[in-house]
Each structure stands twice: as C-alpha cells, then as structure tokens.
Ligand binder design. Sequence first.
Ligand code: S3P
Length: 429
Amino acid sequence: MEITISPAEKIEGQIRMPGDKSISHRALLLSSLADDMVEVEGLLKAADTLSTMNCLKGLGVEFEETGGSVKVKGKGLRGLTEPDDVLNAGNSGTTARLLMGMLAGQPFFSTLTGDDSLRKRPMKRITEPLQQMGASISGRQNSELLPLAIRGYDLLPISYTMSVPSAQVKSALLIASLYSRGTSEIIDYYNTRDHTERMLHYLGAGIERKGKYHIVMKGPARLKGDKIRVPGDISSAAFFIVAAALVHRGELYIENVGINPSRVGILEVLKAMGAEIHILNEKEYNCEPVADLLVKGGAKLKGMEISGEIIPRLIDEIPVLAVAALFAEGETVIKGAAELRLKESDRLKAITLELRKMGAGIKELSDGLIIKGKASLSGARCESHGDHRIAMALATAALFAKSESAINGAEAVEVSFPGFFDLLNGLAY
Ligand code: S3P
C-alpha cells in the first residue's frame, strides 16, 4: 500500500495514543499465568499484540473482549496446554522472545516461528541462557534462528549478567524464573525498559531491585490481579511529538502517555535540543507512571551528540529523532546504537537510504548516524522496508518536505499503530 503525505505548516489538536506495545504484550502474557481473570484496559489492538493473543490461544488461553477491554482468563502458572500446531509470532520480536521464556517452563513440546523478518533476527541471546536454566531448545544455526523447537523442564534459577541491551532477553529470563525453584538474579547494566519487573511486582511476584542494576526474583511465583490499565505508547507518540515540535505553529496535547523513566529518552533529548514539551497531570497505572504531554511548535532546535546510557531509553525513537535532527541547527551524532541493525529492519541503513531520497545529509556509522541539520527536503517516493517505525518516521519527515511524498509499504504501521495516517492527516494543516 502506498500513502501520500503533503507538507504541513501547523499541527494542532488533542489526541490519545494506542496502548503501549511493550506493556500490552506483558499484560497478555502475564495475565495468562495469573490464577484468575485479569481485565486489561487500553490494550493495543494491532498486528503484534494479535500475534501474542494467537500464540496464547494456541496454549489454551481464552480471551473475552468487552467494549474497551479484554478479559484474560488466567490459567495459573501450570495451566497452559500443549499446542497442536506451530505458534506464530508474526513480525513481533517481543512476542517470540517473551514467549520463549514462558515455553521454557512448560512440561510439553512446542514450536515457535515468525515472518520473514523475525526469522532473520537473533535468538541465541535468549536460547543460550534458557538452555543454561535447563530448557531443551533447538533451531537453525545452533538455536540462533526461528523456527525453534522447545521442550520445557523444571528450570534451575539463573544468575545472569546481560551481554546485550535487550529488555526482551531480560523479560524472557524473568518469566522463565517464575518456573524455577530458587532465587534468580539478573544484572542489567544497560538499564533497559523495566515494564516486566513493574508488572510482576504489581501481580504479586517476589521481585525486587537491589541497587541500580540488580534484579532479584524468587520462583516459583503465583500471579494475581484483577485489572491492568495500559497507558498510551510513548514510542507511538514520538512521531507526533517530533512533528509538533518542528512545525512553525500550533500546539498538540497528548493524553495519558506512559512516562516510565526507562522510555523517556526521547523527551530528554528533544528538550535538550530546544523543543518545548510540558509534562502535565502525572499519575500512575499499575506501577507505571503516566502523564499528558503538551508540545508547542515554533522552537528552534540545536543538534547534539546522543550516545551512552540514554541509548536503550530511546532505541525505538532513533529513526524519528534523526528526522528532528534534520531540522536542527548544526550536526547531530548518534553513537552506540548498533542494536538498531537487528530490529524489524536494519534501521540505520533503512533510514539513511530513505531520508537521502528526500535530499537529507545523513551518513550511516557502524553503530549510529551523523545527521546534517538545516535540511531542505524535497518530496520523494520512499520505502518502509516492511518496518512500522521507518514508515512513520518517513511520514513525519514528509510533512516538512517542499512537495508531496509517497511511502510504499505503508501497511507496516498495522504492527503497532493502525490508524496512524488518518490521525496524522486530521492534525496536520
Ligand atoms: C521491547 C524491547 C526492545 C524494543 C522493542 C520492544 C520490549 O527490544 O526495541 O520494540 O517490549 O521489551 P530489545 O529488547 O531487543 O532491545
């Protein structure tokens, strides 16, 4: 599907984002292991979370959809049943990786696969520690690639220091630790997103943070809770925040966005670049901080270096940050983001290639980007590379080109943000 985007001068309105994707996956997965029914309100309804629901249905979990919420009929820690077919995680890395942690604890055989993109993404980062815990896992290239065959076991606790900055790895190990007898310890010097820790705590698992980097959890655990509220996704909001900060005129108010400190790198960087963003009406949903955001257009942005500890806290927002950097004064350098090459597409390559088609001065580094500011973009015909965040970052850039642009493969947005283009169209003048 090809979508055309026209240049905009003003962004104005009051909007809500779809549910946070990371929290929605965790709500579905962890509620399935709860002793009773859990009502999930504000769940993201998109291709990725549908993949999680379908895999869980394959394991015997039932869902009831009523109005704005989904009731998950928890099966308890030991209540899942052997799937009679291959579980398919589609395009969703979070589904595949978190589910692997869950399947590692089941006393039955299962197979897990994904789409063309997911079958190329690295899995050894998870299969190896899960094998250490006692799970039997085999797959192509020494258990690096999907499809994987998993036979669970009575798992051993694990003491593990994260070797890559991945919340998916950490979460898979925490979920597997629910099934082990003893105390597991995970050391995450990268401080990746901590939604799993917060939700496990909310659902009553014996999980604790010791100091800044150590997570300690006692297994086996019983999970209980009647309601989970999912805040709006800051990663989806990022496209609108950047658009609203870059236009000359207008104000955008975004309600109920998750502002977990492990996710707000985008706000910190945009503010440091000079954008006017206000955080209002702060509250909390099930141990997750939430707020409204007010973004005012017309500020002058300055380029900067983005590297170090902040990278895991804005990893998914780098394509759209590159767009913001194009219109700042001076150069922006992004370093330490090699993980971006392992996402739904090689995002460093994809964003460089596509923004160059619009005339941007952007250079790919092995682990980052160099972006020349004060760009003057021309409308162009671009490709999404089958990646939702590339499609949305290109749409954001296209608002500031001199003429109309076209984005091919625009259907990729269905993965995290159905309705993205209609929403954007309704706000941009
Ligand atoms: C996610 C973690 C990140 C992120 C992805 C969602 C999660 O991936 O890029 O979009 O929900 O845990 P990694 O864990 O591979 O860094």
